[in-house]
Ligand binder design. Structure first.
Ligand code: NAP
Length: 513
């Protein structure tokens, strides 16, 4: 089991203790970031382990390594020595660990630490990318053999994280901490055990103090939602891939279910810039299944060995499974969408109904194939007209750009209007892609987005008197189908009863520092 370390970055010892006491049940270790303390508080660090009553890492991070210490190396060494001085025979009174950077060569400091059982974390940080030869770096940092080696790099792509993961498999006996900072590396923190890391660093993100490093997760969320301490090398890994992947209910949905069912499984967010690299990484990490979201639903198909009829007709894939060493694709958006729409309009099919589909991306492809299957006639509008044509031509639908002509045509396809672009979603432009369309109030209007619960598009429709539905019901329906594909089990009814109707809840966002 990897340990959870809570980074304490407040300005005073008292405030750090307050934060620690609030979250201590989730943490195994605390890191006192002395560089974040006010200058006069730094004189008080020696008693901190005794007050904290938990193993503590003594860290004084320089600004060049992403910290706040600017006082020069002499002053920093003096402070480190102060933290390690007057060591007591009862090791609980001493710092359990001291973080000493790879380039800080002060033998007396290391000797003082070792004499009283303070373990050395030899650290290296790279804030502007990763290092080419991580295995060589690990080797060069192995000096006395008793230190924990920490390498924290800034991953700028999925390929970067893949390199770090591959390096993590070398030196299996070496105690180490390998972290990819930033958005791309978020799962190197959740899956610390799989990355061979001794611990993972977290912050208390609900407190106003800034997190210690980019990409850190909230300590409570990591412990409770991701059930971090139950993750072993054998735990089955699932997840969601997309970009930027900042708003999604899926980690909450699947991890809560895994928790309820006491399954040895975890579901992690995998922000990815390339589906090919994502599949390569998923293979190395032995990922069992992936949800696929914007913008990867079409490009991921290239990497699949087999896929379902729904993928073929939609030209988009939102579910990937590992079956006998191959990647197999499915599409649960199709059934999730049609079940949701038909319940909303209280019909069994779309015969004799005229529908506008706004957008021509992966989600629109699933929507168009279902509208066709259910007997509806549609107009596809898209910013890139060629893509509208590509989708519409598959079903003999009309198409147009999102321009004056397209908006005029909408009036003829207005019994049901379905918004499938990412415009209006958290993290994207907060706008209505068809702002110039005048809703009559009679249209049934659906937006596939559910974060925010009401997009500018839905707001405008509701203001005109239309019945509206956001994408929350659809996402839950498609996720239930995905859960069945992943586990072979139905989602328990008592879980579904816990869901609210609008999707307005705090679990829709991936929180990280
Ligand atoms: P995608 O494949 O990347 O397609 C994005 C679509 O949005 C394209 O039609 C694109 O037009 C359009 N678009 C992007 N920026 C635009 C802008 N500034 N102005 C006009 N159009 C713009 O994404 P996707 O997978 O289809 O997902 C689209 C949305 O549906 C996302 O918000 C996603 O969360 C949501 N969704 C929800 C569910 C659910 O279960 N509720 C399921 C699937 C998807 P161009 O072709 O011109 O680039």
């Amino acid at each position: 089991m990897a340990k959870i370390c809570l980074c304490l970055t407040a300005k005073t010892i008292e405030r750090n203790l307050e934060i620690l006491n609030k979250y201590r049940k989730y943490a195994d270790i605390a890191e006192l970031r002395v560089d974040c303390l006010d200058a006069d508080e730094r004189f008080l660090i020696r008693r901190f382990p005794e007050l904290a009553k938990i193993p503590v890492i003594l860290t004084i991070r320089r600004d060049v390594d992403g910290g706040h210490f600017t006082g020069g190396e002499g002053a920093r060494v003096n402070l480190l020595a102060r933290g390690l001085a007057f060591a007591e025979a009862d090791s609980r009174m001493n710092f359990a660990y001291v973080d000493i950077e790879d380039d800080l060569e002060v033998p007396s400091l290391e000797e003082a630490a070792r004499t009283f059982g303070t373990k050395i974390i030899r650290s290296f940080h790279k804030l502007d990318g990763i290092i080419d030869d991580i295995p060589a770096k690990i080797k060069s940092m192995q000096r006395s053999g008793d230190e924990i080696i920490k390498i924290a790099v800034s991953a700028k792509s999925t390929a970067d994280v893949l390199k770090v993961f591959q390096a993590s498999k070398l030196y299996p006996k070496q105690e180490k901490i390998l972290i990819c900072m930033g958005l791309y590396g978020i799962y190197s923190r959740i899956l610390a055990k799989k990355f061979g890391s001794y611990l993972t660093y977290t912050s208390a993100l609900s407190e106003i103090e800034t997190p210690a490093a980019s990409g850190q997760l909230d300590v409570q969320e990591l412990a409770e939602l991701y059930r971090f301490k139950k993750i072993t090398k054998k735990t089955k890994v699932f997840g969601i891939t997309g970009f930027p992947l900042k708003a999604t209910i899926s980690p909450w949905f699947f991890n809560t279910l895994f928790g309820l069912e006491n399954a040895d499984a975890v579901y992690a967010p995998f922000p990815a810039d390339s589906t090919a690299n994502m599949l390569a990484l998923a293979e190395e990490l032995d990922v069992q299944g992936l949800s696929v979201t914007v913008p990867h639903k079409e490009t991921i198909i290239k990497g699949l060995s087999e896929y379902s009829l729904a993928v073929r007709s939609a030209g988009a894939c939102n579910t990937v499974l590992r079956r006998e060493g191959l990647w197999v694709g499915g599409n649960t958006d199709c059934a999730g969408f049609s079940d949701s729409l038909l319940t909303f309009i209280n019909k069994k099919n779309l015969k004799h109904l005229k529908v506008t589909i706004i957008g021509a991306g992966g989600a629109a492809r699933a929507v168009a194939s279902e509208v066709f299957r259910l007997g509806g006639k549609a107009l596809v509008l898209n910013r890139t007209i060629q893509k509208a044509k590509d989708v519409a031509s598959l079903y003999n639908f009309h198409w147009a750009g999102i321009d004056e002509h397209g908006i005029k045509l909408m009036a003829k396809y207005s019994e049901i209007i379905i918004q499938t672009t990412s415009v209006g979603m958290d993290g994207y432009e907060a706008a209505n892609p068809v702002e110039r369309y005048n809703f009559s109030g009679k249209e049934a209007v659906m937006d596939l987005i559910y974060t925010p619960a009401e997009t500018p598009f839905l707001k405008q429709a509701a203001a005109a008197g239309c019945r509206t539905l956001n994408g929350y019901d659809m996402v839950i329906r498609q996720a239930c189908l995905q859960y069945f594909h992943f586990t072979g089990r139905e989602v328990p009814k008592q879980f579904l009863e816990r869901l609210n109707e609008t999707g307005e809840n705090s679990w829709n966002k991936i929180r990280m520092g």
